[in-house]
Ligand binder design. Structure first.
Ligand SMILES: C[S@@+](CC[C@H](N)C(=O)[O-])C[C@H]1O[C@@H](n2cnc3c(N)ncnc32)[C@H](O)[C@@H]1O
Length: 539
């Protein structure tokens, strides 16, 4: 496979053709240890989310604050608008000059005409690709290469109609000379190959596309992950990878149970996953806890969903009775299929992407109904995904009391089951960071109604010890996950000094001179666990 963008592939990696339907992927050319940076580059094209353009630099996607004041790590002090269009913002003159040269010169005129109706993020991304297409003969981002677009599968579907519509818009706005079919192909490739850019707390800040990065295939049990800092995307190994092994990342929320993952991947990326977590069992598998249910009678875990043909109606048949207490689940209502149907009928994620307090309350009430089925463990979807959504909402609203309750569920009942090893889990770090920030906000403003509510519910807890322990554990983990001198580490240090200056000189020694064991960190944290689970059980 020859393409300009492949020139940037380091010698420790190679492109391999796996044939149809998987296509190309990246394999290790040497043994790689866990935590190794395997690739780091500025993506070919990035765009900030449309609703965050005025807080995000269009060139490097660093933000003033991504979601909610005081919560998300602000990676730049300020951004300023382009003087001509006023729509695109930059963090520095150098970002503006580079961006203007590559895209914005042309894009600026388009945006001036379109203001105030700025197209959706994906269309802006495609317009930027079209600008590059018009100015570079080389195949900079793999558009002329065999990158998959899956247009054949979408033809005559609703998705195809919406792709054609987006392509029409992008063609018209950009004034490209490419025929419509060519633009449709680019939109198709963009949908399959674009990557969501997130900050260290996993809030989405924009979209990017890059030919080389697009070569990484998906696994529901990935051995590598992406991180984004200072305008660059970096691929790091999450565990040891042997020479010849494929390097895969996860495209989706991989806390989902198998049927939900398959559905998401086929709807969003148009493929049936062939990773080890989705393939038929080998007989040597360890249980995949994401697929668990619980026997309502005896409470023991059931590990279903390892079947020859996961998409057939017979898929659920191997779980008709509890292997522990022997109770026969019968035809209804407790077969796994029936449970899944009841959960789907609740339409948990029917609400619009913008959540309101009423939506959040409704979602929580529906989750209580799922809890009452007594067969879905807390670490299984839909709890994982829904609790994430609720947390993002409540943290952005600074509803700290409910946020802390939800965080307790996530931290004590979901993460340790789904990601038992703390090391190399960017997602666990993100959750710990969010946990620590919520605690810090409660402590910084003890007179707020939210803090008062927590103080009356948790009168005997030492929040300072809980917070200090989290910061301490993260301090040790961040360099392994993000590498040395990361922005995330600097952000964490800032939080540590905020905390230390808040408690004052007289008390600092208590924290800095004692181990977490001496501080009885686990015992204090356990109070948050009990507080959360009691709230959840009585919801
Ligand atoms: C971002 S591209 C990855 C590069 C792609 N293999 C290619 O040759 O262009 C995503 C596409 O690769 C394929 N793919 C990625 N991961 C896969 C997996 N685990 N199982 C099957 N196909 C996969 C799917 O066709 C998917 O839509």
């Amino acid at each position: 496979m020859k393409s300009e963008f492949l020139a940037e592939l380091p010698s420790s990696l190679a492109v391999k053709d796996f044939g149809s339907p998987r296509g190309h992927g990246i394999v290790a050319e040497t043994n790689l240890p866990a935590g190794r940076k395997v690739l780091s580059k500025h993506p070919t094209v990035m765009v900030p989310n449309s609703d965050a353009r005025n807080t995000t630099c269009a060139r490097c996607l660093q933000t003033v604050s991504a979601s909610g004041p005081g919560i998300a790590p602000a990676t730049v002090e300020s951004v300023f608008p382009c003087e001509d269009c006023g729509v695109t913002f930059y963090c520095s003159k150098s970002c503006e000059i580079i961006d203007r040269k590559r895209f914005h010169q042309e894009e600026c005129q388009i945006l001036q005409k379109l203001t105030p109706r700025i197209p959706p993020t994906l269309v802006v991304l495609v317009m930027r690709l079209l600008i590059l297409e018009g100015t570079h003969a080389d195949d900079l981002f793999g558009l002329k290469s065999p990158l998959l677009s899956h247009l054949d599968k979408k033809f005559e579907t609703e998705e195809y109609a919406s792709i054609a519509l987006m392509a029409k818009g992008a063609k018209e706005f950009s004034g490209t000379k490419l025929p419509l079919e060519g633009v449709i192909e680019i939109v198709g490739k963009t949908i399959i190959n674009a990557v969501t850019v997130v900050n260290p707390l996993f809030d989405s800040v924009g979209l990017m596309i890059d030919g080389l990065i697009a070569m990484f295939n998906h696994s529901c049990n990935p051995n590598a992950f992406f991180i984004f800092e200072k305008g660059k995307i970096t691929v790091r190994t999450g565990r040891k990878i042997a020479q010849g092994e494929e390097i895969c990342v996860s495209y989706i929320d991989n806390t989902l149970a198998l049927p939900n993952r398959l559905k998401t991947l086929s709807q969003r990326y148009f493929f049936i996953c062939s990773c080890e977590s989705c393939l038929p069992p080998t007989g040597l598998d360890t249980p995949d806890y994401r697929n668990d249910f619980v026997c309502a009678k005896c409470g023991s875990a059931l590990h279903p969903y390892r079947s020859q043909d996961v998409l057939s109606p017979g898929f659920y048949n191997n779980y008709k009775s509890c292997p522990n207490c022997g109770i026969v689940f019968g035809n209804q209502p407790r077969t796994i299929e029936a449970i899944d149907n009841r959960i789907s009928a609740l339409k948990l994620h029917d609400s619009s992407p913008i959540m309101t307090t009423a939506d959040a309350d409704k979602l929580l009430a529906k989750l209580a109904l799922v809890r009452d089925l007594k067969v879905v463990p807390l670490h299984r979807s839909p709890f994982t995904t829904s609790i994430q959504r609720l947390l993002t909402f409540h943290v952005s609203q600074e509803s700290l009391a409910i946020a802390l309750k939800l965080i307790g569920i996530e931290y004590f009942y979901q993460d340790p089951v789904l990601w038992p090893a703390l090391e190399m889990q960017a997602v666990r770090l993100a959750h710990m960071a969010r946990f620590s920030i919520v605690l810090l906000l409660v402590m910084l403003d003890p007179t707020s109604p939210q803090s008062q509510e927590l103080a009356s519910d948790l009168p005997t807890i030492d929040l300072g010890v809980c917070l200090w322990g989290l910061l301490d554990v993260m301090d040790r983990l961040i360099p392994r996950v993000y590498g040395e001198n990361s922005q995330f580490q600097a952000y964490l240090k800032e939080q540590k000094s905020r905390f230390l200056s808040f408690i004052g000189d007289d008390y600092q020694g208590r924290f800095t001179s004692q181990t977490l064991e001496q501080l009885r960190w686990n015992a204090e944290m356990d109070k948050i666990r009990k507080f959360s689970i009691t709230w959840w059980e009585n919801l």
